[in-house]
Design a binder for this molecule. Structure first.
Ligand code: SAH
Ligand code: SF4
Length: 392
């Protein structure tokens, strides 16, 4: 298990406070990296070149110490080591499910813990990352929603989740190896972990731009999917400033039911949400939007719901992802019966939309959608009960 350097300081996300310790280079935009180098004595004329060299070490090669940056002079490397650190969240626990799903527990500044899930498939692998600790929203079927917002993750902590997983999957290129020589194990990223990404817009944007940068991790924008509960004013900005694929937690076909399931609907209702979604493919030049629809028994799973759904989204290029509800202790809902889910999928499919049913992955390690909070809390409680020291 790789051990990351301890988290120190993250300048960009706390701009009002001058950095007390060394500055973390991870998570800075290209421009931010250049500015940080200049602020610490790199001559302006050289800064762009140095920033580009360091960028490649960080994000192409996955290097974590300045000594390895052999195209920089020894003296300059020593200067960097004095002023900067390269820090990503610390991996504290890894569980591997019978189906190959990996759940990582990572610790971030302040001792908070966040879960990251890797889901391998035959020809690709998807990493589900978090954007906040907890969530300010309170969707009634989501366990994360019962946990108060602790704080936004910094750009370093968001891109750091991807870097941590690439460490674990041995995904960084080896010296002498050409691009694309080995198939990618981590080929897709979904922002579907804890938190509402559009309530942490700037950090999510900066982190995703790092992930997409061609001189680094080089994930295509079509392989990144951001899921939102429907923060309408930020949807057009997502198209313009990130340009990734969009998923929306739709979950209901009337305002009455959606108000109850996804309370942000009281602020931006179905009509407002659908207007924003209609614009998204054009603004972002992407093909289609994923509508996530959690299947809750006798709440939103009737034939009439399925028909209303296809009526509502008419004209929007879309895929409907049906998610069987994942139960958690004390949840006020039940999962729809399998026949019901299939019948719902069939109606949507016959109306011309792809309607895959999301197979729950990693259930044995509580890694499925909406189960994330319980898993870490359970681990914490177990540690407490054992009287054992916290995980190393
Ligand atoms: N906050 C964002 C992204 C995180 S949630 C959002 O709401 O879109 C990722 C997906 O999992 C969302 O579609 C969410 O509605 C769904 N989800 C949450 N709890 C769930 C549960 N218990 N069972 C199944 N899906 C759930
Ligand atoms: Fe927050 Fe998304 Fe859960 Fe709603 S579904 S509470 S927005 S994480």
């Amino acid at each position: 298990m790789p051990v990351a350097a301890p988290i120190t300081q993250d300048v960009l996300t706390i701009p009002r406070k001058p950095p007390e310790g060394p500055v973390n280079l991870v998570g800075l935009t290209r421009e931010g990296l250049r500015a940080a180098l200049i602020a610490h004595g790199t001559p302006e004329k050289q800064a762009r070149m140095r920033a580009s060299q360091i960028w490649q070490w960080l994000y192409w090669w996955g290097v974590r110490d300045f000594e390895t940056m052999t195209n920089l002079s020894k003296a300059y490397r020593a200067e960097l080591a004095e002023n900067f650190v390269i820090a990503i969240p610390e991996l504290v626990d890894r569980q591997i499910s019978a189906d190959g799903t990996r759940k990582y527990l990572v610790r971030i500044r302040g001792g908070h813990e966040v879960e990251v899930v890797y889901i391998p498939e035959e020809d690709r692998g998807t990493l589900c990352i978090s954007s906040q600790v907890g969530c300010t929203l309170t969707c009634s079927f989501c366990h994360t929603g019962t946990q108060k917002l602790v704080r936004n993750l910094s750009a370093a902590e968001i891109i750091g989740q991807i870097m941590m997983a690439r460490d674990d999957l041995d995904e960084w290129p080896r010296r002498g190896e050409g691009a694309g020589e080995r198939p990618r194990r981590l080929s897709n990223v979904v922002l579907m972990g804890m938190g509402e990404p559009l309530y942490n817009f700037d950090n999510v944007r900066d982190a995703m731009r790092i992930a997409m940068d061609g001189e680094g991790i080089s994930l295509s924008r079509r392989r990144i999917t951001l899921s939102t509960s429907g923060v309408v004013p930020e949807i057009a900005r997502t198209a313009r400033e990130i340009g990734c694929m969009l998923a929306v937690s739709f979950h209901a076909t009337t305002d009455e039911v959606r108000d109850r399931l996804v309370p942000i609907n009281r602020k931006w209702n179905l009509a407002a949400l659908l207007d924003a979604l209609r614009e998204y493919p054009r603004l972002s030049n992407s093909e289609r939007i994923t509508f996530e629809y959690v299947m809750l028994k006798d709440v939103n799973d009737s034939d009439a719901d399925a028909r209303r759904l296809v009526q509502l989204i008419r004209g929007i290029p879309a895929k409907i992802n049906l998610i069987p509800f994942n139960e958690w202790p004390g949840a006020p809902f039940e999962r729809s019966d399998w026949e019901r889910i299939e019948r719902f999928a069939d109606i949507v499919h016959k109306a011309g939309y792809a309607s895959p049913i999301r197979t729950p992955r990693g259930e044995d390690i509580m890694a499925a959608c909406g189960q994330l909070k319980s898993a870490s809390e359970r681990a914490r409680n177990a540690r407490r009960q054992d009287g054992a020291a916290p995980a190393p």
